[in-house]
Every structure is written in C-alpha cells, then in structure tokens.
Design a protein around this ligand. Structure first.
Ligand code: NAD
Length: 326
C-alpha cells in the first residue's frame, strides 16, 4: 500500500487519482487544514489525521502494510512563512520527523518528498541543475532544505531511501481536480480569477527587473506531468535501493507579462491588470534543468504547453466557481 500525506491538497489529490488509476492501493492522510475532502479519490482509504499526532501515525503504520510514502503535507505559502516562520518549522520540519520516525520504527523505508525550487534561492547559474548550491532565502525554502538534509541523515543511520522532487511552478488541472488554495498566491490561478471577475484586478509585482520586459521569469509545469513524474519515481524507488534528487520544471522561462498576455489570448478577454511594487524575496529569473529526470526516468512533458496549462486552469475555475464545496 502507498501512504500519501496531504492527499487532499492540490498536487496530492491529482497524484492520488493517478495512483488509483494505476492500480495502487492508497491511504490518504490529511488533516484537511488546507485541503478538501471532495478532492480525495473515493477509491482511496482516507484517514483524517495530523502529522503532529504521533500515536495515530504509529497505529496506521502498524495496521497497514505500507510499502512507500509520498509526502505532500506541508504549509506552502512563502509570504506566510516569512510572517510566521515558527509554524513552518513546526509543521513542515517537526511533523516530518514524526512521519520519518513512524516509518522507520515500522519497517517502511521508502519515501518520495515534495521539495521545491525554493531550496536554491537566488540562482548562481541558469538553468538550475540539481547540484546547484542550496541557499534558500525564506523560511519555506529553508524547511524544504532542512527536510532534504534529514532525509540524507535517515538514509545514513536508519537505511531510508528517498526521492526528493524539487518542483518549480505547478499549475493546471486534471479531471475534476484543480487548484483551490485559500488565499491563492500563485500566478496562473490569480490571472484566471481576475479574468472571471473573482479578483478585482491582476497585480504584476514589479516591472523593473533585469529581464527582457522587466517582469520576473519563471518556468511552469502542468500538474498532470508532475503527477506522472511521481508514478515514475515511485516505480524506481520500489525497484531500486537508491536515493535521488530530481528537478521538475519545464526548462523554458516565461515572464509574468508573457504569461498574462498568453492568458488573455487563451481566455479571449482583456483581463484588468496593474503594476505594483516588487514583492520582497522575488528573484528575477528561475528556470530549471529537468535533464536528469528525463534521462534517468524517461519523464517527458505531455501537457507542457503554457496555453494548455492556462486553459486547464480556466476550465477548472469555470466548473468550480466557488472552489471545492468542502
Ligand atoms: N503548488 C506548487 O506550485 C508547489 C511548488 C513547489 C513545491 N510544492 C510542494 O508540494 C506539496 C503540495 O503542494 P500543494 O500545492 O498541493 O499544497 P496544498 O496546500 O494544496 O496541500 C497540502 C496538504 O497538506 C495538508 N496538511 C498540511 N499540514 C498537515 C498536517 N500537519 N497533517 C496532515 N495534513 C496536513 C493540507 O490539509 C493540504 O491538504 C507541498 O509540500 C509543497 O510545498 C508545491
């Protein structure tokens, strides 16, 4: 059985759907603090639980024959992490230790971890490869870096094997599963919200960066392609006793203005926007190299086209104008 923490969240719910469709038996563990009950595939076993609850975690690992863990549960918003760093260290790092201990104390030694481009901080070279130094510039990225360090320590002392997937910007929707963060801070869903009148206006944070049009450049990955990468990583982890770290991005950077203009074209509407002050902590350019996962796991992007990513986000928001009902 595969144990998925945070399976009620945006990315976890899509991965759970694909796991079930690929005949894996899945247990979802989520406290629903930021996730949605109706996003969880009904074919998975759902346990409403908190990673802070060590007793419940131990009981679950004793009860079920869990072969591997996919660990999505985390707080994810960079701005919130700057404001409340301690709750990020508590939820992301301390609770991850609870999970790793429950696993190792019950003979489960395989985990796939949702890491982030935030571990790199300001890039020293582009595109960013996995061996780029880890120099996070905010508490969120710091928690991801610390967890990666913990994974190496658990490998050394407890025999754990892990695959850490460092995602860049994830967007899009799959089936009836989409992005419903409250509040939303990610670029593509925010543009779509402004297009649908759910946000008054779309804000571009700074147009004076050293880039071709002055706005920040990022790369975007479709949530479906990201989910497929998890299935490939899981197969590898179940077969081989080897830990790995992989980037997951599109290798192609788009400026905020380019994303915005593409969205206007895809949605067929002039979306209201304004230029506002830069946000602290935004670096001008972040582009991943995903060569390693392509070469080693045969991963490829099927829905990588920016227009598809935007269209899928738009369709999902149109179908779920108020987000998930629960
Ligand atoms: N969304 C992105 O663009 C992105 C980019 C890079 C990395 N990531 C990472 O991917 C993972 C998933 O991101 P997401 O966008 O799906 O986030 P999300 O907030 O939609 O999902 C996180 C889930 O974890 C659950 N959770 C949080 N704390 C918990 C706890 N203590 N116990 C049990 N459940 C708990 C929440 O209820 C939620 O369902 C996170 O680890 C995030 O850091 C996301």
């Amino acid at each position: 059985m595969i144990f998925v923490t945070g399976g009620g969240g945006y990315i976890g719910s899509v991965v759970v759907r694909l796991l079930v469709e690929n005949d894996y038996e899945v247990i979802v563990y989520d406290n629903l603090s930021r996730g949605h009950l109706s996003a969880i595939d009904k074919r998975a076993i759902f346990i409403k639980g908190d990673l802070a609850d060590k007793d419940l975690l131990l009981e679950v690992f004793k009860t079920y024959p869990i072969e591997a863990v996919l660990h999505f549960a985390s707080y994810i918003e960079v701005g919130e992490s700057v404001k409340y760093p301690t709750i990020f260290f508590d939820n992301n790092v301390k609770n991850c230790i609870n999970l790793l201990n429950s696993m190792c104390e019950n003979g489960c030694y395989k985990i796939i971890f949702s890491s982030s481009a935030a571990v790199y901080g300001e890039p020293l070279s582009l595109p960013i490869r996995e061996n780029h130094p880890l120099l996070p510039i905010n508490p969120y990225g710091e928690t991801k870096r610390l967890i990666e360090e913990l994974l190496f320590s658990y490998e050394k002392y407890c025999g754990l094997k892990f695959i850490s997937l460092r995602y860049f910007n994830v967007a899009g929707a799959y089936d009836n599963l989409g992005e419903d963060h409250r509040p939303e801070t990610h670029l593509i869903p925010l543009i779509v919200k402004a297009a649908l009148g759910k946000e008054r206006i779309f804000k571009i944070y700074g147009d004076d960066y050293p880039t071709k049009d002055g706005t920040c450049i990022r790369d975007y990955i479709h949530v479906y392609d990201l989910a497929i990468a998890h299935i490939l990583a899981l197969k590898k982890l179940l077969k081989e006793e080897k830990s790995e770290v992989y980037n997951l991005g599109s290798e192609k950077g788009y400026s905020v203005k380019e994303v915005f203009e593409t969205a206007c074209e895809v949605i067929g509407k002039k979306i209201p926007y304004e230029i506002v002050e830069r946000r602290p902590g935004d670096v001008p350019i972040l582009i991943a190299s995903s060569e390693k996962i392509k070469k080693e796991l045969g991963w490829k992007r099927e829905r990588g086209d920016l227009k598809i990513i935007i269209k899928d986000t738009f369709e999902w928001q149109k179908n779920f104008p108020f987000g998930y009902p629960d």
